[in-house]
Design a binder for this molecule. Structure first.
Ligand code: CA2
Length: 148
């Protein structure tokens, strides 16, 4: 087992901080990734941060880290609400998976209330802003410490 946490961001999250700050805040994707690296480091872990707008690239990253890593934090963006393929990839994971959303999807449009990927997730974060990523990494560190 290694000390890596995969932090995977999906479509349009490269635009964070550049549009819709009333929903997603002012932090950029680079800020999110810095937060994840710092948080992981504080727990003796390492964050590997990836972002893609392409479903197959996200799936390939899940396959790369599905065994042996400390866990996966995934914000699949709009694929959350559409992608059985990402669900299938996550179901093949042997490591804990935390689904993370910046906004509280349950307060938003009805089509955002259903997540395909929650069925494969150990835990789900929504509405904590970018702090949710740090909380998710902290929880992965906690799970890992229990393994001994
Ligand atoms: O709240 C979240 O983190 C979401 O996963 C973000 C997705 C959305 O489709 C989900 O329902 C909830 C959208 C990410 C798009 O991010 C943008 C950020 C700034 C400007 C435009 C898009």
């Amino acid at each position: 087992m290694d000390d890596t946490v995969l932090v995977l961001n999906g479509p349009n999250l490269n635009l964070l901080g550049k549009r819709q700050p009333e929903i997603y805040g002012h932090a950029t994707l680079a800020d999110v990734e810095d937060l994840c690296r710092t948080t992981a480091g504080s727990f003796g872990l390492r964050a590997e941060c990836r972002q893609s707008n392409a479903e197959h690239v996200l799936i390939d990253a899940i396959h790369e880290f599905r065994v042996g890593a400390a866990g996966i934090v995934i914000n699949a963006g709009a694929y959350t609400h559409t992608s059985v393929a990402i669900l299938d990839a996550l179901n093949a994971c042997e490591v804990p998976v935390i689904e993370c959303h910046i906004s509280n999807v349950h307060r938003r449009e009805a089509f955002r209330h259903h997540s395909y990927i929650s069925a494969a997730a150990t835990a789900v974060m929504a509405g904590f802003g970018i702090h949710g990523y740090a909380l998710a990494i902290r929880h992965l560190a906690h799970l890992r410490s229990r393994e001994g």
